[in-house]
Ligand binder design. Structure first.
Ligand SMILES: [Zn+2]
Length: 300
């Protein structure tokens, strides 16, 4: 490699395409080669070394080709000017969008269900697969549940509060935190905390119900029974040690032994007839009692 080529290549790295060095230029600036080949005087300050490199290395180019390239170059320059104008329009539109976004931040304009969907996604991203959260919308109120219940002091809640208020969701909808409903049992699943908090009579008004993780077979059966559409990730959660019913003093889970499918069949039979005797599932002493606290609202 000669010194001048190396120099040109280096310049290309630092300054972009080098004038006159056609073979290194993916989008050649054809002004100098065209003039040279068309027999026109070369304007300075082109270095003689560069000219030599260009002449030696440039592919043969006909005058017609050269003129055609010039024409293309002119039209692309014109296109660039148009692009410039378009860009100004884009900037104005972007400013307008930015303004709209800022207005949206002050007050959420979407539906409660859309807000619920965003909260599930946020919780899923923050919590990962470790802890299951449920978000539900019932009569326009947004309920948040977590396994064993959730309070405003729980992990992630302060951060979630910032997210919600930035979006202005609480301006339009109340946000309620669902607590555990059966204190005699640790197995208060997120889904059941939400059902218990909403209350059996109100379940028909649920318009959105989704968890960050898959629901277990007992929650799935209970949601089916109460006709709550569950939009949680498809599939079945891992085997659960314990599970408590949101409205009845009964419990299931692998700790009670027996086949999981047989347990679900028994729960299903119990739903159909609450007088049915449980053989695998257990009747527990404490009756469930759903509880929730109003966390965020436009009036709080
Ligand atoms: Zn469950």
């Amino acid at each position: 490699m000669t010194e001048s080529i190396r120099g040109a290549a280096k310049r290309q790295e630092s300054e972009g395409p080098a004038r006159g060095v056609v073979e290194y230029d993916p989008a050649p600036d054809v002004a100098y080669p065209v003039r040279a080949i068309a027999g026109l005087a070369l304007p300075g300050p082109l270095h003689s070394g560069h000219l030599a490199t260009a002449s030696a290395a440039a592919p043969p180019i006909s005058v017609v080709d050269a003129l055609r390239r010039q024409a293309i170059r002119r039209s692309s320059a014109a296109a660039s000017m148009n692009l410039g104008n378009d860009h100004d329009d884009d900037s104005e539109m972007e400013e307008e969008e930015q303004k709209q976004e800022e207005e949206e931040e002050a007050s959420w304009e979407g539906t409660a269900e859309k807000a619920g969907e965003m909260l599930v996604r946020w919780l899923g991203e923050k919590a990962g697969g470790g802890t299951n959260y449920t978000v539900a919308v019932c009569s326009g109120d947004i309920y948040i549940g977590k396994v064993s219940g959730v309070t405003k002091k729980a992990a992630l809640m302060e951060e979630l509060k910032t997210y919600i208020t930035e979006k202005g969701i609480e301006v339009k909808w109340n946000i309620l935190l669902c607590k555990s409903f059966n204190t005699s049992l640790g197995s208060n699943h997120a889904e059941m905390c939400v059902l218990a908090a909403i209350g059996e009579k109100e379940l028909g008004k649920i318009t959105f119900f989704k968890c960050t993780s898959k629901s277990c077979v007992y929650c799935a059966e209970t949601l089916r029974h109460y006709r709550v559409t569950n939009s949680s990730p498809v599939g079945e959660a891992a085997t659960q040690v314990g599970w408590a019913h949101p409205f009845k003093p009964i419990a299931f889970g692998s700790q009670m032994g027996g086949d999981k499918a047989a347990q679900v069949a028994e729960l299903r039979a119990y739903h159909a007839d609450t007088g049915a005797k449980l053989t695998i599932g257990k009747t527990i002493g404490t009756a469930p009692s759903g509880r929730c606290e109003k966390w965020l609202s436009s009036t709080s």
